[in-house]
Design a binder for this molecule. Sequence first.
Ligand code: ADP
Ligand code: MG
Length: 268
Amino acid sequence: MTQTLDRSAPGRPERLRQALSVEAISKTYGDPPNEHVVLQELSVRIEPGEVVSIVGPSGVGKTTLLRCLSGLMAPTSGRVTYGDREIASPIPEVGVVFQDYSRSLLPWMRTRENVAFPLQGRGVKKAERLAIAEEKLAAVGLNVGRKYPWQLSGGQQQRAAIARALAYQAEILLMDEPFASVDAQTRFELEDLVLDLRRRLGLSLVVVTHDIDEAVYLADRVVVLAKSPARVVDVVQIPFGEQRDQIETKADPRFTEARSRILDEILH
Ligand SMILES: Nc1ncnc2c1ncn2[C@@H]1O[C@H](COP(=O)(O)OP(=O)(O)O)[C@@H](O)[C@H]1O
Ligand SMILES: [Mg+2]
């Protein structure tokens, strides 16, 4: 088991961050004779503080894998673990941000109440809940806590969804095509936001994306899946560390090399 002492978040109790992993998971939809084996004996491990992108053709099983990692869906066989705990349902340490931001926030609550909402079940008092919400909104660069979600742009709603996961004390964010519905400039800003959160808070990230440039730009490792059933055909190490720049990093020959290698694997 890998444990890393988290010194990156002053004011928070010191905690041991954990690795998230799936070990030999299989997932079958449907019953015989119409069963569909989507995942078979798939293993992926995300180390504490690591950013892993998952790419692969449409329908390969990326969303299925992410749902298993989050505890939202049980695999047909195999284990999902966070540290030495087996995950059978969602846990606060593992947050999920979906592509469809318009459905992830409750329209009748102000943004800061949306962000504070998960804390209600933990017995945190209202004033403290709202203070935490404002702190997390500031962490994602938002100053719109009093507005309703439908008054926000798509990019702002996605930031609010990330703030809510942070309020819940997520240590690892699982993101499924998170920036696919926003314009290109907003997408770059959101990519840099999650990289910044990673640096400041020591967050781990798992990003499912069909955008290969995004996969390489964000990740320490890109896991390339092929079907069917889904299997890992390649794991590409991305050598840029924590500091990245939309223009310089993407012009680096190592970036182009990684992108060509992954594209080749997906197309052939
Ligand atoms: N709830 C479900 N019931 C039956 N089949 C499903 C279900 N969800 C996904 N599938 C099928 O499983 C395969 C993988 O889907 P998915 O994980 O969404 O792939 P991806 O996210 O890579 O596009 C697809 O063939 C899809 O049709
Ligand atoms: Mg999907």
